[in-house]
Design a protein. Structure first.
Length: 450
C-alpha cells in the first residue's frame, strides 16, 4: 500500500465529520518546482514565505470562570474539600475508555507513583526510551532504580521493540515506553516481551492525549498510563497530571500513595497512614481548567490530524525530508509535535542547524527535538553517587556504561526537526506556507552554504 493511500484512509476513518468539513477538498500536492520556490531565501535578505502569525496556546475558555470564581470564593481549594477533581477524573476516564483515573500534581509525579504502585524498588532496573523529556527517566532515579535505555528506531522516533530483550537483566522490573510527540509505540510488541519476562509496562503518555493504537487510547494499553497537563500540552492546566488504568487494586494503591499513604479502597485502614506515601495531589482549580479545556480537545485533535496528514503527504516528496513513520496502519498520533527527519546529504550537506535557521527566517517556527539524553550529565552524577554505588555492583555500572551506546537514537537526534502542536492548529494556507518554505530552501540549498 502506498503511503498516500494509507494516510487518506486513516484520515477518513479517524477524523470526525465535523472537523473534516473544513478539509473535504483533499488535495495532496506532489513535489514540483515553481518560480516562487526559486526566490531569494529570507535568511539571505529575501521575502519570507509566511508573514502572518500562528495560533497562540493555551486558549482560555470563559465557560470556566463562573465555576472557578465560585470555588475560589468558597475557600474549597483542595481535593478533600470539593467535587471538581473527582468530576474531572470521571470525565477523563470516560474519554480514555478506562475504568479509573487519578488526577495528580504533574506528569512527573504520576510516573513516580505508578512505578511505586507497581513495585519498582531501590536497586531495580527499568527500561526506558531515550528520545524523550528528562522526566521519563529522572523519575526512575527518584525511585532509586537504574534507567536502562533501549535504542530508538529513527524511522518511528520510538523505542525499538526488537532491542528490548537484550537489555533485560534479573533486576529488570518494568518498561516505560514513551509515546513521544504523541506517536504511538508498538504496544503489542512491547507487551509481548513484557509478558514473557514478567515485567510491568507503564506508558509515558505525557504527550499522548487521544492518540490511539489499534482502536485503544494511548495510556490504556499497559498496566498504567501517565499524562501531563503542563501548559504547553494539548490538554493544559498550567500544571497537572493523571494516571489511568483498568486495574482497580493498582489505582487504589496509586490513590493512597499520592495522598500521604492514607487508606483508600483495597488499601485497608490498618492505621491512619497504612503505606508510605507522599503529597502529589491536584488542586481544585486545575480540575476546573481541565474540564473547560476538554470542551475543545477532540476538535483540536482532528484539526491537528488533518493538517499533519497534509504535511506528511506534501513534505515526503521533497528530497531529504522524511516524516515520522507510524508503527502500524491502525493507529493515530496525538501530534503534540509534528516530527520529520532532515537528511542533510540531500541538501548538499547544509547542516540541520542552518536549515532550521533558514526555515525560521521564512516565518516557520521549528526546533531540533531532543538531544542524546542517555549521555545526560545527571546520569553520571547519579551513577557515581554513594547511594547508587551501594545499590549496584561496580561490574554492573561498568557494563551499563559499555552498553549505553544507541546508534539509532544518535542518528535521530542528528536528524529530527519538529513543529509544536499550535502550528498544527493553523489553516490549510498556513500548512501550504510550511511546504512552500521547505521547498524553497531545498531549491536554494546551495545559497545556504557558508
Ligand atoms: C514525555 C514526557 N514525560 C513526562 C513529562 C513530565 O510531565 P510534567 O511536566 O507534567 O511533570 C513530560 C512533560 O513535559 C513529557 O513530555
Amino acid at each position: 500500500m502506498t503511503k498516500s493511500k494509507l494516510t487518506r484512509r486513516q484520515a477518513i476513518t479517524a477524523v470526525s465529520a465535523g472537523a473534516l468539513g473544513s478539509f473535504v477538498n483533499w488535495s495532496f500536492p506532489s513535489f514540483n518546482i515553481n518560480n516562487s520556490d526559486q526566490q531569494k531565501l529570507a535568511i539571505n535578505g529575501g521575502e519570507k514565505v509566511h508573514r502572518g502569525s500562528w495560533p497562540e496556546w493555551p486558549v482560555w475558555d470563559q465557560s470556566a470562570e463562573k465555576n472557578i470564581t465560585g470555588m475560589l470564593r468558597s475557600g474549597r481549594w483542595w481535593r478533600a474539600d470539593g467535587e471538581h477533581i473527582a468530576d474531572f477524573e470521571k470525565r477523563y476516564a470516560e474519554l480514555m475508555g478506562v475504568k479509573r483515573c487519578l488526577a495528580t500534581a504533574s506528569g512527573t509525579t504520576s510516573l513516580i507513583i505508578a512505578q511505586k504502585a507497581l513495585g519498582v524498588d531501590a536497586g531495580d532496573e527499568v527500561l526506558v526510551s531515550p528520545f524523550t523529556f528528562i522526566a521519563s527517566y529522572n523519575v526512575i532515579f527518584m525511585n532509586k532504580a537504574l534507567p536502562v535505555f533501549v535504542d530508538t528506531d529513527p524511522e518511528t522516533f520510538l523505542m525499538d521493540p526488537s532491542k528490548i530483550e537484550s537489555r533485560i537483566t534479573e533486576r529488570t522490573t518494568a518498561i516505560i515506553p514513551v509515546h513521544i510527540y504523541g506517536l504511538p509505540v508498538d504496544m503489542d510488541r512491547v507487551n509481548e516481551v513484557a509478558a514473557k519476562h514478567n515485567l510491568k509496562v507503564i506508558e509515558d503518555a505525557c504527550q499522548g492525549w487521544l492518540g490511539e493504537y489499534k482502536g485503544k487510547k494511548l495510556g490504556s494499553l499497559g498496566y498504567a498510563g501517565c499524562f501531563s497537563f503542563q501548559n504547553s500540552k494539548n490538554l493544559p492546566a498550567g500544571e497537572g497530571g493523571a494516571i489511568i488504568s483498568n486495574n482497580e487494586e493498582l489505582m487504589d494503591k496509586c490513590t493512597s500513595l499520592h495522598n500521604c499513604g492514607r487508606p483508600f479502597g483495597s488499601v485497608a485502614r490498618t492505621s491512619a497512614y497504612p503505606i508510605a506515601g507522599i503529597n502529589f495531589r491536584m488542586q481544585q482549580i486545575q480540575a476546573l481548567i481541565l474540564m473547560s479545556q476538554m470542551n475543545r480537545i477532540r476538535k483540536d485533535a482532528d484539526i491537528r490530524l488533518a493538517n499533519a496528514l497534509y504535511l506528511d503527504a506534501s513534505l515526503k516528496d521533497i528530497p531529504g525530508i522524511i516524516p515520522a513513520k507510524l508503527v502500524v496502519e491502525n493507529c493515530r498520533s496525538a501530534y503534540h509535535l509534528y516530527a520529520f527527519r532532515y537528511i542533510s546529504r540531500e541538501f548538499n550537506d547544509v547542516p540541520k542547524s542552518r536549515f532550521m535557521n533558514a526555515l525560521q527566517a521564512e516565518g516557520i517556527p521549528c526546533s531540533g527535538g531532543y538531544g542524546p539524553q542517555n549521555r545526560d550529565g545527571l546520569i553520571d552524577e547519579q551513577l557515581n553517587s554513594k547511594g547508587y554505588k551501594r545499590l549496584f555492583s561496580e561490574a554492573r555500572l561498568k557494563q551499563w556504561r559499555e552498553e549505553n551506546v544507541l546508534p539509532g537514537n544518535d542518528k535521530l537526534c542528528d536528524e529530527a526537526v519538529v513543529f509544536t502542536q499550535n502550528i498544527l492548529l493553523g489553516s490549510r494556507s498556513d500548512m501550504e506556507d510550511i511546504v512552500r518554505a521547505v521547498r524553497k530552501i531545498y531549491q536554494n540549498r546551495d545559497s545556504l552554504k557558508t
